[in-house]
Design a protein around this ligand. Structure first.
Ligand code: DGL
Length: 263
């Protein structure tokens, strides 16, 4: 049974893995979290490309049939230039998030939040404009959100006040739809919603990309016919840290996390 490969800079991609498992329970997954080199959000394009290629080569050793780049930063910085160099389909999180946002927005004002690398790359903006040139995109980096989530600070006055400050340009621009353009942000949904208001639609790229994968595998007749997929988790460092955070990101404890030395 061939698996779906998923990689992320670390633990955040588990939000995507969880959605894939929810929507495709019979598929097996090989997940790689590059915990030795996280975070990607502040690294240069060249470095993120190099890491991404290495991660893809690692997953290919496991004979995966499709690769999902769960990391928004790697999807923005690396995917456009590397995806055609491999035979397996490689799916990032940007296109499906952008498509859903364009579909959802009524007033054609869309906000994007992500790491510094994701925002600087303007990949979301490019994808959105390709779908609808009239959309006005307001994009802001929210670099403190990742450490907040990893430390478990997903509610309370401190995170609320930081969110108010980060999200002010989006409020000022009157966006009606916001893409949560980072693996960690779905865990901050209640805070982000409180700051932006109930009328603003939050697009969770994890849900969209899982749906996209299901569509591709169905179309290519590559769905697993057996029952109950197996899920394997590899990291480049610190499996204990990864396992301890997994409960929050995956909604369940992971006991089978293995450390690999040479990615
Ligand atoms: N996984 C990254 C992303 O979605 C966030 C963490 C990092 O900076 O590596 O952009």
């Amino acid at each position: 049974m061939r698996s779906i490969g998923v990689f992320d800079s670390g633990v955040g991609g588990l939000t995507v893995a969880r959605e894939i498992i929810r929507q495709l329970p019979n598929e097996s997954i090989v997940y790689f979290g590059d915990t030795a080199r996280v975070p990607y959000g502040i690294k240069s394009r060249e470095t993120v490309i190099r890491f991404s290629v290495e991660n893809i080569l690692f997953l290919l050793k496991h004979d995966v049939k499709l690769i999902c780049v769960a990391c928004n930063t790697a999807s923005s910085l690396a995917l456009p230039s590397i995806k055609n160099n491999f035979r397996v389909p490689i799916i990032g999180v940007i296109t499906s998030g952008a498509r859903e946002a364009v579909y959802a927005s009524q007033n054609k004002r869309i906000g994007v939040i992500g790491t510094k690398g994701t925002i600087k790359s303007r990949t979301y903006e490019t994808e959105i404009k390709q779908l609808d040139r009239k959309v006005k995109v307001t994009a802001v980096a929210c670099p403190l959100f990742v450490p907040f989530v990893e430390e478990g600070w997903t509610s309370g006055e401190v995170v609320l006040s930081v969110a108010r400050s980060y999200l002010k340009p989006l409020k000022d621009a009157g966006v009606d739809t916001v893409i949560l353009g980072c693996t960690h942000y779905p865990l901050l949904k209640p805070v982000i919603q409180e700051v932006l208001g109930k009328h603003v639609i939050l697009i969770d790229s994890a849900k969209q990309v899982a749906f996209e994968i299901k569509k591709i595998l169905t179309g290519e007749e590559m769905l697993n016919r057996g029952r109950g997929g197996k899920h394997r988790f590899y990291v480049s460092d610190n499996p204990e840290w990864f396992s301890s955070l997994a409960r929050r990101f995956m909604g369940r404890k992971l006991t089978n996390v293995r450390k690999v030395d040479n990615v």
